[in-house]
Design a binder for this molecule. Sequence first.
Ligand SMILES: Cc1ncc(C[n+]2csc(CCOP(=O)(O)OP(=O)(O)O)c2C)c(N)n1
Ligand SMILES: [Mg+2]
Length: 595
Amino acid sequence: MTAGDGRTGAEALVAQLESYGVEYVFGLCGHTNIALLDAMSRSSIDFVVFRHEQTAAHAADGYARATGRPGVVLTHVGPGMMNAVTGVASAAMDSVPLVVISGDIPSYYHGRHPHQEVNLNADADQAAIYAPFVKRVWKPHRVEDLSRFTERAFWTATSGRSGAVLLSVPMDLFSRRLGPDWSVPALTEQAPAGSISEAVANDVAGALAHAERPLIYVGGGLRNPHGVAALTRLAEHLDVPVVHSLMAKGLLPDDHPLVMGMPGFWGLEFTNRYCKDVDVVLAVGTRFAETDASSWDPRFTWRIPPSRLFQVDIDPAEIGRNYPVEKGIVADATSALTAITEAAMKLTPDGRTDPSVRQANVESRSEAFDQIASFGDDISMPMRPERILADLGATLPSEAVLVTDVGWNKNGVAQRYRLPEQGRFITPGGSSTMGFGPAAALGVQMGWPDRVVVALIGDGGMSAQLPALPTAVERDLPVIFVVMNNAAHGTIADLQTSNFGSGYGCEFVDRDGNPYSPDFAALGRAVGADGYTVGAADELRKHLSAAIASRRPAVIDVPMLNEPVPTPGHWNITDIYGETFDGLSGQAGTADVNQ
Ligand SMILES: Cc1ncc(C[n+]2csc(CCOP(=O)(O)OP(=O)(O)O)c2C)c(N)n1
Ligand SMILES: [Mg+2]
């Protein structure tokens, strides 16, 4: 083999991405990556140019959530990598597979502090910025190593608990040539991840079957349709209610009589009460996040012990962190649920003491959903958030995808929106990143070109990712951006008002103290999208229908009252602000117990 007469590192990398089935690369250029872009221009890969790296990373994340395939992001060194951080970390915190490729400084300038290097602590230290949230970083030094590391990057992002990885490539490697006999290393094949022994499956199934008040608590770790099918069989056969984390809304149909919705801060009172008094919990692919556990205060959502916990997770670090387990089961969620279901089919539930659970659940959930629907003809202007959700529910086709941001949109939908069985809810769970919604929606639409995709966002979220708008137009993506506009970072303004008496610093006001908002519809039109302003409450459905019919990017600016999100669970920040929280015992002091 003679080095120097084969393809360049860039050409080899592009061929490798093609062979791994990569359709899109989401990113932004810089002098460190244009050699790769040049190679991509002669390939089947479509490079999607963004105007901000955070937008690119969220869009790649949205694409990965929609398709189940890893998103690929391309950034420039230094400021490019830093701009992408929020998007990459948001994906990582929701275990979404993302491969980030960055053009790095030229290898031969190492130690000389070349242009745009981040080096105030160590030379060429930019990859260290990603250390707290990526699964692994690769920094090839020789072009011969690039394809091996690329294979590792895809394998690592997609196997086990999926997540983000970084491949930081010195820019000169893109232009160096490989020998003529270079070939793409095959991507390591994934066998189904490990299951559990029959004995463990029997134990878990037995505990559920003989329990008085059992519960299955499922999280975003269960993504596979086979896993969902096993979960449904298990719950129905043993008559066990199912509670889901924020990330898992929509895994089972919202109107299934055993589905109790989400627990925690934004869970319904009925749901939290049920969770608190269960005797056996099977938790699958969930980390008992603070939001879903009412700040882990045993008076509100989970009391483990005395509840007995069986916890299944592919990541051992998630097991037993906040609650002690009777059995910590490190396994793939789908395989484990399948085995437990098989074991359960031989049993009959024999310990139940309260036959009214299903009925009470259906009533409680219907009450929450119907409460939203009851605002369907509310004529308040600015609109009430409930009416906005009611209008969406009444107008969107059943297979529409709701991509939310943070604020009333995320919490209101998670708690009170009856998601149709074919619908999808996509939200930033772990990081709750304001700005996720508008940008992730682009990638979701690219993954599902035929579906109606709504970015349901606040005015804060839209403002945080305005660069998403021109890209939607440029790429002809018919995303409907519904801006719930209360001229405020409303969720935080509400918190601040209830704890400190004013919304100072959280509301958008002009120099005279009057509410201020950009004209989002005009901003939409300025970039070439359709723009609608809702002037009266009954106009929203009309504008939504027009936007759905036109299949063009559209911005609908919806003036909205700043209403606090109903928080039937408990969030102990109120105690922390009031200095009534004893962090050592983990107990609130004087705060009200709202149950
Ligand atoms: C990037 C980022 N910055 C700050 C926050 C804290 N935060 C949570 S909700 C929120 C307000 C969001 O405002 P908006 O999008 O207008 O929605 P609203 O709360 O008004 O419904 C903020 C600032 C965050 N989650 N993410
Ligand atoms: Mg707002």
